[in-house]
Structures are given as structure tokens and as C-alpha cells.
Design a binder for this molecule. Structure first.
Ligand code: CU
Length: 307
């Protein structure tokens, strides 16, 4: 059950290649030194639900419960509609709040079985990847603005260096009806995922506010890995395809890593992507609902140079 932190563990082929996050942590990325987020996080202080046309707020706080464990605090219910989700990370490691919506009565154990599967099993119809906030460095906050549909949601976290997606207890909330849908605010950059590929617009070095959109039918995310200087596309592809099990120095610079959570086909959110200058490899490790290999094997790989 426990994931070793061995630096050559393969990436998880399903929702969560947490090993790659582990490598990033080991490389000193995601250690939180910016510290400039406190004053300008939408959806917390200064912005209230009173703004009738603005997004609602959902605040999630990750607090340390031990050297390597965390708990998540959030309201038990929120109303459906356009919502800015804020994850405040008060722990000493990177955290995320991936939202998994379930139809019917399903336990956290069932959810984790699907998420942690590494054998290309089908993704059942009752489980939905509904975005949330991806990797947030310690002491920082991250946001995602998206429509929440009524239903039951689990909050999962793939970034625990020791245990991957194994929260000690179910962290969940309920989105209550009626169905409400608002238009996402304009975003200066876009990342579009489709079956099977990516397109990018407007990305630059620094903290990008992006519209992340899944225009395909399958589930997708976009994980950004800095490429090591001089690394070739072939070397990078080989490294991912071999799940990191290649001799020699990795062709990736794990100090430069960013990404999104997973979205079901047809969904979109505005969120943040922290990029540094240089070349990035962008990958999706999720597999089809029908099962099969990670989308990387279907060509869901792109390279982009950020300036
Ligand atoms: Cu994908």
C-alpha cells in the first residue's frame, strides 16, 4: 500500500503520477518560497457571496496532523454553481484538492481503488473527475474557478510523498441544487486537452491564470514537467514510457513542475499554472473510461517553450 519514495518509481498511469511529484519535491520544487499569495486569493477575504454575479466561494484548508499527514477542512455543503475553490496549504509538504464526484453510494475505498489502479482497468461510470485545485506548495494558496454540479464529492490528494492517494479518512462535501451554471471569467491563457493531445495559448513564465478545458470525451489532465537542458524529445518520451526506469540522469528538471487536476470530458475551469522559463514536456497519464494504457501512449504528449 505505502509508496516507497525511491526516486525511480514509475509514474502512476491513472489519475495521479504521484511519483513524479515526489521527484519534484526531492528536487526542491514546490517548497513554497514565493509567499505573495496571501493578499490576493479570490474567494476568501474581501470577496463574498454578496457579489451576485460573481463566483461563490469554497474554502478548503489542509492542516498538518503529523510530520507527514494532513487533514482537510471544508464546509459540509455548498450550493451548486460557479465557484472559486481555494486550497490553503498550511502543511509542510505540497498538497492538492482533487475533486471526485460520485453517483450513488460509494466509499472512499472504492474511489481510491479506481484512482490508484495501475493496470489499465476501466473507470466506472459512477465516478467523475471534477477538477479542483492542483499541487499547492507549503504555505501557499491555489484556486480554481469552475461550475459545481449537485452531488457528492470526495477531496483526494496525490501529492503525499509517502502514501500517494490514501487520505486517512473520507474528506467529502455535498453540492446542493438547484443546478446553476455561470460563465467562467476570461483568462489570459488557455490549455486545451482533447482526445488525444494539447493546445496552448498565451502561456508565459510566472504565475499564469489559465482556462483549462477538456474538449474530449475522455478524462484528461495536463502535467507540465521541465525538461533538463539538452534533453531530446526522444529521451523524454522514453523516460515517461519506461515509467522513469531508464539508466542515467533523468531528462527532466523536477524543480520545474506544474499541472492541473483531472477533468471529465466537456468540463472547464480557470486555475493557475506556475511556469519558469525553459522547455516543458506536457503529458496526460489518465487512461480511457473503457480502460487501457495511459493517454501518453496515445500521443498525449506535447512540448512547449516558456519565456
Ligand atoms: Cu488524457
Amino acid at each position: 500500500m505505502r509508496q516507497s519514495t525511491h526516486s525511480r518509481r514509475p509514474p502512476r498511469p491513472r489519475f495521479v503520477p504521484s511519483v513524479l511529484v515526489v521527484l519534484a519535491v526531492a528536487a526542491g520544487a514546490l517548497t513554497g518560497c514565493g509567499g505573495d499569495d496571501d493578499g490576493d486569493v479570490p474567494g476568501v477575504a474581501g470577496r463574498t457571496a454578496a457579489a451576485a454575479s460573481g463566483p461563490r466561494s469554497l474554502a478548503i484548508t489542509a492542516r498538518a496532523t503529523g510530520a507527514k499527514s494532513a487533514e482537510y477542512a471544508m464546509p459540509a455543503t455548498v450550493e451548486a454553481g460557479l465557484t472559486t475553490i481555494t486550497l490553503r496549504n498550511e502543511t509542510k509538504g505540497p498538497r492538492e484538492a482533487s475533486l471526485v464526484r460520485v453517483e450513488g453510494d460509494h466509499t472512499l475505498t472504492e474511489v481510491l481503488e479506481v484512482i490508484n489502479d495501475q493496470g489499465g482497468a476501466p473507470i466506472p461510470d459512477w465516478i467523475h473527475a471534477d477538477g479542483g485545485v492542483a499541487i499547492v506548495a507549503p504555505g501557499q494558496a491555489g484556486t480554481a474557478t469552475q461550475n459545481l454540479v449537485p452531488g457528492d464529492y470526495y477531496v483526494t490528494d496525490s501529492t503525499d510523498p509517502d502514501s500517494g492517494v490514501t487520505p486517512a479518512k473520507p474528506y467529502r462535501f455535498t453540492v446542493t441544487g438547484p443546478v446553476s451554471e455561470g460563465a467562467l471569467p476570461a483568462a489570459p491563457a488557455t490549455v486545451i486537452a482533447k482526445d488525444y493531445g494539447f493546445t496552448f495559448a498565451g502561456l508565459k513564465a510566472g504565475k499564469n491564470t489559465i482556462r483549462f478545458e477538456n474538449t474530449g470525451k475522455e478524462l484528461h489532465h495536463a502535467l507540465f514537467f521541465g525538461e533538463a537542458p539538452g534533453a531530446t524529445r526522444a529521451e523524454v518520451l522514453k523516460f515517461f514510457s519506461a515509467r522513469g526506469e531508464v539508466p542515467g540522469k533523468p531528462p527532466l528538471d523536477f524543480a520545474r513542475m506544474s499541472g492541473t487536476t483531472v477533468l471529465d470530458g466537456g468540463l472547464a475551469q480557470n486555475t493557475e499554472l506556475d511556469l519558469k522559463p525553459g522547455r516543458y514536456a506536457v503529458v496526460c497519464f489518465v487512461s480511457d473510461r473503457a480502460g487501457g494504457p495511459p493517454h501518453l501512449a496515445k500521443g498525449m504528449f506535447a512540448e512547449i517553450t516558456v519565456k
